[in-house]
Structures are given as structure tokens and as C-alpha cells.
Design a protein around this ligand. Structure first.
Ligand SMILES: Nc1ncnc2c1ncn2[C@@H]1O[C@H](COP(=O)(O)OP(=O)(O)O)[C@@H](O)[C@H]1O
Ligand SMILES: [Mg+2]
Length: 687
């Protein structure tokens, strides 16, 4: 790294300043409190922030914000970093024993510009980034600045001599830290801690895998159980098959019974029809028989009547004769009736004449005797006529009776004929009916025969039905059996599936536990390796590194010491703890007895040796060195030698801060720092 320029704003005694850093050996020279160290602190702040220091260290008292902008070259790149400081505005500061303690300060905006590309960061990110840009391989601790920078590049003023007066263990720690040898120890401790962790984990894992033998036992038991279940399942399957076959056979038998049953059922069903037919036929027979006997009775009646009618005699006269005589008699009767009329009138008239005694016509009296005779005669005539009429009348009556007898006879004759025809018809009917009766009786016989057969069929039907039901029952029983066996089969299959699944789980579990045990084994082995090999190797490496470093350090240390102190009788070395020892003619010399210049030389040689060793061990190169007041107590001669020494180091850039004007002759570039009215200014001067 080479510093190119730096701009300050409100940093301690600097209000606004820009300094351009050339290459070569640069001296910043000025009086005490001029602001020399401030420049170096500003460089470190620009790179690594405030670290564990307070922000108030750098921000000018009375200012609320300030910043540093540093331009440098690293790894062939131009880098610009900017960091600002800001005072906490909320408190204006506190009064302490009559003075104001300024308010706290924190880091503000910061950015990095690499080859012109600017990126803003948080202070923490910024530090990580700068370490990367500088290729400083160290942890980015935001609470500290860079260890590499502190020991390889920049030695703050107060640390120059401090290293000599430090107690040995603290010094050793500082050196180990600077050389990062401490990290071996940390690594060893970490390795041991990790090893312990691994052992503990291994123990926990082993404990967790304790049940492996139990799981293995369970696996064995399940392995034995499975074939047993399998065999039982095969047995049940066979049984199911057998029952199924039996059921099939029974079903075929059932079908046979059913068709047989159907057949008989059809025949048996006929009994009722036959009975109906039989009833019909029988009532027909009965009806016919009744009809026939009724007709036979009628026939007898007809014969009897015919007998009777046949006995009636034929009349002597014909009806026409009787009619003729009856007409004559009726004519006579009407003649008699008119004669009787006349005779009755004559009687009346005579009686009137007789009784009156005169003639109504001629009105003359009449002879009574004569007319009495006349009257008597007339009465006799009248009576005779009446008798005659009566006889005629009786004759008519008699003729009419004869007529009636003749008509009657005729009628009988007609009836007889009708009866005879009736007899023929009836006889025909009876014949016909008897024929039918005989047919019906035949039918009855046939029906009875069929009925017998049907009854037989019904009996057979019942038998077959019983067989059918028996068969059906058997099927049901077998099906129940089959169901039972199927249930058993399902149960066995379930058991097998469960056992198989269980087995898988168990095997997986066993595998897992075995893997766990292997893991525990590996962890134990790692743990052992870490302690026995890794930590031991680290220890050896540490020792080797330490020895190498000490040797190198001692070489550098004595080289720079003898460079600065030209006294061949004096020599330096370091002990185990890097405590510097001065020898005078092979006698150890107390450090307190050294002259001021010798002490400064010792300190500078020690710091330079440390710088060089750290530079080498962190491989950051040797182009930049920054020293703050390295010449305290030096003689003129020694100051001159410092210049030679710096040239001997072959640095690209060395920044020396000193109040020593004498150094001016030993450097390439001089800057003078003046402080006026509390404000520092930097002025370049001719070397
Ligand atoms: N926060 C601050 N604000 C203003 N001045 C400060 C602050 N801190 C220290 N100073 C002063 O800055 C001056 C320069 O200090 P420094 O650079 O260390 O001087 P030197 O040139 O001796 O190395 C000193 O007078 C110191 O008291
Ligand atoms: Mg100083």
C-alpha cells in the first residue's frame, strides 16, 4: 500500500486540510502538539474506523461533524475511502467539575471508491471491505482496528517504547497476537472443545442407539412370525377354495332340484284345475241326470194323457150338419119370437075389447061372448107359440152342446198330435242327453285319473321341495363357513401386512441405529483425531513457527540494533518470551542502565523487527512503513543512521513523524506542520 493523499475536515486541530503523499521517505515535522500524530491517526481511522476508541478522540472539539478522505494504491488499484464522524446532537455535552464534556460521537457516512466505482457501506461492512482490498487476512472485528496494520505498518507513538517496558507475558501475548500465533492456541483449544463436543455427541448418539439389540431381536421374531402367518394363510386359502367348490356343486344340485320342482309344481298345480273341472263335470252330470229323469217323468205324463185322449169317441155328426141344424133352429126361433109378439098384441087387443066392451074403431058395443071366445082362442094360440119357441130354444141349446163336443174333440185331436210330437222330441232329447251324460261320465273318469296323477306330482313336489330346501340350507351353511374362512383370511392378510410394515419400520430403524452407531464411531474417531493428531500437529506447528519467527525476529532485531548502535561490544537477543536482552561483552546488561539513545534504538530495532516479521508472516509486502517519533533521545549521528536504515529497508514509502529537525537531512520529502491559533496547517518544504 502507498498513500497518495489525505483530506481532513474538523479532525482535532485540523479545520480543513489536504496533504499529498509522495513516494519515498516523508517527514512530517513540527513542534509538540502541532498535529503530527493526528495525521497518522487520521490515516488509520480512514482505513479501519474508530475501533474500540471513542469517536471524540478525533472529531474537533466544538464541531459537530468531520471526515477523513484517504486515497491510496493497493494491489495495483487506486482506492479512495471516506469516513465521517458525527456528534450526537441530542446532547450538547455534560458539565463535569466545571468543564464541558463534549457529547459523544459516532461514525457517519462512509464509502469506498475502487478504480472510480463508489460504494456506500456501513462502518462494519466498510472494514471488511478494506481488509479485502488490502489483502489483510485477519478477522474483521468491528471493536478493534487492524492487527496487521498496527504491527506491520504503523507504530503509534506511545507503543514505540511501551513494548520494552511491558511485563513479559503481556508482551508475548502482543507478539503472538501480531504474528497470529495465538490463533494456533485458539485453534488447539477449539479443537479440544470440538473433540469434547464430538465425544459427548457420540455418547448421546450411542445412548440413543442403545435399543438396537432389542430392535434386532424384534426383527428376528417378526422374521419367524411371517412364514408362519404365510403358511396359515395358504391353508385358509385352500380351505376357501374347497368350500367354494362344494358350494358350486351344491348350487348345481340346487338348480336340478329347482327345475324338477318346477316340473312337479306345474303338474301339482293341475289338482285345483282338475278339481274345478271335476266339479263342473259332476254338476253337469247331476244336472243332466235330473233333467233326464224330469223328461222321463214328462214322457210318462205325455203317454198317460195320450191314453186318455185316445179314449174320447168320435162324434156322430159332423160340425157342418150341426151348424146347419142350428141355423134352421135359430131361424125358427126368431119366427116364433115375431109370431109370439103378434100373438101377444092380439091377446092384448082382445083383452082390451073384452074388458072395454066397445069397438074403438066404430065405437059400437061388441058382443062379449064372441070376443071372449076370440080372446081365448088368441090366448091359446099365444101359449102354443110360446111352447113351440121353448122347444126350439132347447133344441138350439142341445145343438150348441153337440157343437161344443165336436169342437172339443177336434181340439183333443190337435192336442194329441202335439203330444205325440212332444213325445218324439222328448225322446230325442233324452237320447241326446244320455249320450252327453255318458260323455261327461267318461270325462269324469279321465279327470279322476288325472287327479290321481296330479296328487302324486304334488307329493313329489313336496319331496323335491324338501330336498331343495335341504340343499339350500347346506349352501347357506357352506357360505357361512366360507365367510368365516374369508374373514380369517382377511385377518391373516392384515396381520401379515402389519407384520411386513412393522418389519420395514424395524429394518429402517435398525439401519438408522446402525448408521447412528457408525456416526458415533466416526465422531469418536474424529474426536480422537482432533486431539491426538490435529491438536498435536498444531502444537508442533506452533512450536516450529514460533522458533522460526523467533530466529527471524532475533536476526532482524540484532541487525537493526547494531545498525543504530555502532558498538561491537553490544549485542541483543531475545529470550523465550521475546523479552529483549542486551549483552555487553557477553554479559547481560540491565535495560535501565542503557543510555536514552540506546533505549530508543533498542525500541526502534525491536519495532522494526516486529514490523518485518509481521509483514512477512502476513505476506502483505514491505512497501509502506509509518513511524511516530522514532528518534527520541537519538544523537545526531544516530538520527543520520535512521535515514540509512530506512533506505536499507527499501520501502516505496516511509512516513515519519517527528519533532526532530535533524531528520530533515535523512529524508526525501519534508512537510512542516504549524499550529497557529489552535489550527494546524501542513506546508511542504524543500528536502
Ligand atoms: N478532539 C480534539 N479536538 C481538538 N484538538 C485536540 C483534540 N484532541 C487532541 N487535540 C489536540 O490536538 C493537538 C495535536 O495533537 P497531536 O497531533 O497528538 O500532536 P503532536 O504533533 O505532538 O503529535 C494537541 O494539542 C492535542 O491536545
Ligand atoms: Mg505526537
Amino acid at each position: 500500500m502507498i498513500i497518495k493523499s489525505m483530506r481532513l475536515k474538523n479532525i482535532r486541530t485540523y479545520e480543513e486540510e489536504e496533504v499529498k503523499f509522495p513516494e519515498g521517505i516523508i517527514l512530517f515535522e513540527g513542534g509538540i502538539g502541532a498535529g503530527k500524530s493526528t495525521l497518522l491517526l487520521a490515516i488509520e481511522f480512514a482505513l479501519f474506523g474508530i475501533g474500540n476508541e471513542k469517536g471524540t478522540t478525533l472529531l474537533s472539539i466544538g464541531k459537530n461533524s468531520g471526515h477523513v478522505e484517504l486515497t491510496f494504491e493497493a494491489g495495483g488499484k487506486d482506492v479512495r475511502v471516506f469516513r465521517s464522524l458525527e456528534r450526537n446532537r441530542r446532547s450538547a455535552g455534560t458539565l463535569h467539575q466545571g468543564t464541558i464534556v463534549p457529547a459523544s460521537v459516532k461514525q457517519g457516512e462512509c464509502w469506498v471508491e475502487v478504480d472510480g466505482a463508489r460504494t456506500s457501506y456501513s462502518p462494519k461492512e466498510m472494514k471488511e471491505n478494506i481488509l479485502k482490498v488490502l489483502s489483510y487476512n485477519e478477522p474483521a472485528d468491528p471493536k478493534a482496528k487492524s492487527v496487521i496494520f498496527r504491527y506491520a505498518v504503523y507504530t503509534p507513538q506511545e507503543e514505540m517504547k511501551e513494548i520494552l517496558s511491558q511485563p513479559p507475558d503481556l508482551r508475548l501475548q502482543t507478539i503472538r497476537k501480531a504474528l497470529r500465533i495465538e490463533e494456533y492456541k485458539i485453534a488447539m483449544e477449539n479443537a479440544r472443545n470440538i473433540a469434547a463436543d464430538l465425544r459427548r455427541n457420540a455418547a448421546i448418539i450411542r445412548d440413543g442407539a442403545k435399543r438396537l439389540p432389542e430392535v434386532q431381536k424384534e426383527i428376528k421374531a417378526t422374521e419367524e412370525e411371517l412364514p408362519r402367518l404365510e403358511a396359515e394363510l395358504r391353508q385358509v386359502e385352500k380351505e376357501v377354495g374347497r368350500i367354494q367348490e362344494e358350494i358350486e356343486a351344491l348350487k348345481a344340485e340346487l338348480d336340478r332340484h329347482r327345475s324338477e320342482q318346477l316340473k312337479y309344481a306345474k303338474d301339482a298345480e293341475d289338482v285345483q284345475n282338475i278339481d274345478v273341472d271335476l266339479q263342473n263335470v259332476r254338476s253337469q252330470i247331476a244336472g243332466r241326470r235330473a233333467d233326464i229323469s224330469k223328461h222321463k217323468r214328462r214322457l210318462e205324463e205325455l203317454h198317460a194323457r195320450i191314453e186318455t185322449l185316445q179314449q174320447v169317441k168320435e162324434p156322430a155328426m159332423s160340425e157342418a150338419d150341426v151348424e146347419m141344424m142350428l141355423a134352421q133352429a135359430k131361424a125358427s126361433l126368431s119366427e116364433y119370437d115375431s109370431e109370439i109378439g103378434k100373438l101377444k098384441a092380439d091377446v092384448e087387443r082382445m083383452r082390451t075389447l073384452v074388458e072395454g066392451g066397445f069397438c074403438p074403431t066404430c065405437n059400437r058395443p061388441i058382443d062379449g061372448t064372441e070376443y071372449g071366445a076370440h080372446l081365448h082362442e088368441a090366448q091359446e094360440k099365444y101359449e102354443d107359440a110360446k111352447k113351440m119357441r121353448q122347444a126350439t130354444y132347447d133344441r138350439i141349446k142341445e145343438l150348441e152342446d153337440i157343437k161344443k163336443t165336436i169342437i172339443n174333440y177336434e181340439n183333443n185331436k190337435k192336442e194329441l198330435n202335439a203330444l205325440k210330437e212332444n213325445v218324439t222330441n222328448t225322446e230325442d232329447w233324452i237320447f241326446d242327453s244320455e249320450q252327453r251324460l255318458s260323455d261327461a261320465e267318461d270325462q269324469e273318469k279321465k279327470l279322476l285319473a288325472r287327479r290321481l296323477k296330479a296328487i302324486d306330482a304334488a307329493k313329489r313336489y313336496e319331496e323335491v321341495k324338501a330336498e331343495y330346501e335341504d340343499c339350500n340350507q347346506k349352501i347357506k351353511d357352506k357360505e357361512r363357513d366360507s365367510k368365516r374362512q374369508l374373514e380369517r383370511k382377511a385377518k391373516l392378510e392384515q396381520e401379515m401386512a402389519t407384520a411386513t410394515l412393522n418389519m420395514e419400520h424395524l429394518r429402517a430403524e435398525a439401519d438408522r441405529l446402525e448408521a447412528e452407531l457408525r456416526r458415533a464411531e466416526r465422531l469418536s474417531w474424529h474426536s480422537e483425531w482432533l486431539v491426538k493428531y490435529f491438536a498435536a500437529a498444531l502444537e508442533r506447528i506452533e512450536l516450529t513457527v514460533m522458533n522460526t519467527v523467533r530466529r527471524e525476529f532475533e536476526e532482524e532485531f540484532s541487525r537493526w540494533f547494531s545498525y543504530l548502535v555502532e558498538d561491537p561490544s553490544k549485542g541483543v537477543r531475545i529470550d523465550e518470551d521475546f523479552t529483549p536482552l542486551v549483552t555487553q561483552d557477553s554479559y547481560e546488561q540491565e535495560l535501565n542502565n542503557l543510555s536514552g539513545g540506546e533505549r530508543t534504538s533498542l525500541a526502534l530495532a525491536y519495532r522494526l523487527a516486529l514490523n518485518r516479521v509481521v509483514q512477512r508472516s502476513s505476506s502483505i509486502g514491505t512497501d509502506l512503513l509509518i513511524l511516530d517519533e522514532p528518534t527520541d533521545g537519538f544523537s545526531k549521528d544516530q538520527i543520520g543512521k535512521l535515514g540509512d536504515l530506512l533506505r536499507e529497508l527499501q520501502l516505496r514509502q516511509a512516513v515519519i513523524v517527528s519533532h526532530e529537525r535533524e531528520l530533515e537531512g535523512a529524508v526525501d520529502h519534508i512537510f512542516r506542520i504549524h499550529k497557529e491559533g489552535g489550527k494546524s496547517k501542513v506546508f511542504p518544504a524543500m528536502a
